[in-house]
Design a binder for this molecule. Structure first.
Ligand code: ATP
Ligand code: MG
Length: 350
């Protein structure tokens, strides 16, 4: 039998989605969905995972389900082509997690670089790290393998998670026989999109750090955020030579700018390289570059914003999409859990 090509990916409902999500994964998902090359596209709102570090904030997680779903629909994820679902509606994922926990050591989890970074970011002291948070790479492996996903389009912060998932798959298949499918990560093809920095120049645009441009950002606040973006602090006078490294305005241009934007908004340059050369040479002010970036972002976000407003008029319809998607996703996960239990020989009544 030909192996099916299956996409699984998702987001935590901890806030509205931002342009980091968009360039890191969301934009790509829509292209893959529409390519017709995949047998299944599954997109998960990871509420159970969000609760691992928001245990005292269930309202936040609940309220953001609809926000994330609206962002999905606004960007072009289409429920007729993709299965949009909610993680906690699939209890089979917990059961898989429970069995996979036996295949992973505490030391291995402690070595996971993403877990390390996130523990620091969230300010957990060692003794107070929630067990659920610590083990979330295992539950993420359950999410991926439950759907026999072959392809996981994500930002680079997720690379250690996919690695850990592959290890679990191998250990499982070694112990119990070929059952699970090894996934492959699909990273953005553009370096700037791997881990888009925040508007403050900090390492990663993240809902939890408050340095985001949201997909639903209104035009005026978008322009405001672009204007106050971190650039090169040593580039004071227009005539000063400017640095591109760490200059988020140029990083965002790398992520969004096409040659056609120059023809539309800045015809004195042909392409981004010419603009960069002028900036590093000196004689090009930050404001001009920021205005250009603002125009590009507005062009990209305006249609998303408008579609989002349309979908937001009927929240019940959005929940219905998620309900149907969750039923469909559960069927797939239940079948995998069955295979897993057969392999583990815990199918006593069969
Ligand atoms: P939180 O702070 O709650 O973890 P987050 O902003 O990191 O939120 P996630 O839901 O953890 O978002 O990530 C969802 C997906 O978006 C993942 O595939 C992740 O790699 C990608 N992603 C998140 N932030 C960025 C970013 N700044 N650049 C590129 N990809 C990103
Ligand atoms: Mg995250």
């Amino acid at each position: 039998m030909k192996m099916e090509k299956i996409i699984l990916t998702g987001d935590r409902p901890t806030g509205k989605l931002h342009i980091g999500h968009y360039v890191g994964s969301l934009r790509r998902r829509v292209v893959l969905q529409n390519s017709g090359e995949y047998d299944k596209v599954l997109i998960m709102i990871a509420d159970a995972q969000a609760l691992t570090d928001n245990a005292d904030n269930p309202g936040k997680v609940r309220d953001n389900i609809i926000e994330v779903a609206l962002d999905y629909l606004a960007c072009g994820l289409d429920p007729n082509k993709s299965t949009l679902f909610i993680q906690s509606m699939i209890p089979e994922l917990c059961e898989l997690t429970f069995y996979y926990m036996n295949l992973v050591s505490v030391a291995r989890l402690q070595r996971n670089p993403t877990v390390k970074t996130e523990i620091k970011m969230r300010g957990f002291a060692d003794e107070s790290i929630p067990v659920g948070f610590f083990t979330y790479p295992i539950s993420q492996a359950a999410d991926i393998t439950a759907f026999k996903a072959t392809t996981v389009p994500v930002g680079i912060d997720q690379a250690p998670m996919i690695e850990q998932c592959v290890e679990i798959v191998r250990r499982f298949n070694n112990a119990y026989g070929e059952t699970l499918v090894e996934p492959k990560i699909l990273l953005p093809d553009n370096q700037a999109c791997m881990r888009l920095p925040g508007t403050d120049g900090k390492a990663k645009m993240s809902k939890s750090l408050g340095n985001c441009i949201y997909l639903s950002e209104e035009a005026d606040s978008l322009i405001q955020k672009v204007r106050s973006m971190y650039t090169d602090p040593t580039h004071i006078k227009v005539t000063d030579p400017g640095k591109l490294e760490g200059n988020v305005v140029f990083t965002y241009l790398d992520a969004f700018c096409k040659d056609s934007h120059f023809a539309a908004y800045l015809p004195e340059y042909n392409n981004l390289q010419e603009l960069k050369d002028h900036y590093t040479r000196g004689g090009l002010g930050d404001m001009k570059v920021k205005k250009f970036l603002g125009q590009i972002l507005e062009e990209e976000l305006a249609p998303i914003r408008e579609r989002r407003k349309e979908f937001a008029k009927d929240p019940a319809a959005v929940y219905e999409i998620l309900r149907k998607g969750s039923i469909a996703a559960r069927e797939i996960a239940a079948k995998t859990l069955d295979d897993v239990k057969d392999a583990m020989r815990i199918n006593y009544f069969k």
